[in-house]
Design a protein. Structure first.
Length: 167
């Protein structure tokens, strides 16, 4: 009987130690241990949440990077096709800013300024060429294409609505 009690006690101690080890390695494990979120990102439950302007698994990719290149644009005004070649470069007003040259094949020789947030580029109403023409709009990036909706107006009158696809 004494041997049975020793075996039972040893088995209970072994199960208790194994349970304690299992608890500390699985239940209380910090899922952010070993996860580095760059550029001000924070880790929650093993996943990085990035600040505006950055994306990716560890917040190391500038969101605007996917927009920066020379594009082949096809914009429509009513049923009139406008084909041109704009380019987007990094802006100078922080990590979310971009500068677009030759926007709408109308604002040539000047930059139209935009702001990137994730997959969206926004052009706040502005007068890039200093004449009476203003532009404002939004583009959405997906699978290497920007789909645009924007307006050009003459000092608040004669608004023209455009849609476009840049590839």
């Amino acid at each position: 009987m004494k041997l049975f009690r020793q075996i039972a006690l040893s088995a209970m101690v072994t199960v208790g130690v194994f349970g304690a080890i299992l608890y500390t390695t699985s239940c209380s494990k910090d899922k952010c241990s070993g996860v580095t979120c760059n550029n001000g990102g924070t880790c929650s439950n093993g996943t990085c949440t990035c600040v505006t302007g950055y994306e990716g698994a560890t917040c190391d990719t500038l969101s605007r990077t996917k927009f920066i290149k020379i594009w082949n644009a096809s914009d429509m005004l009513n049923s009139h096709l406008i084909a041109y070649t704009p380019s987007i470069v990094a802006g100078t007003s922080g990590v979310t800013s971009v500068a677009i040259s030759n926007f709408s094949d109308f604002f040539t020789g000047v930059n139209t300024n935009g702001t990137v947030n994730g997959n969206t580029i926004t052009i706040a109403r502005q007068n890039p060429s200093g004449n009476n023409y203003y532009v404002a709009g939004t583009g959405t990036y997906a699978a290497g294409v920007i789909s645009w909706t924007y307006t050009i107006d003459s000092a608040g009158t004669a608004t023209q609505n455009y849609t476009g696809t840049w590839q």
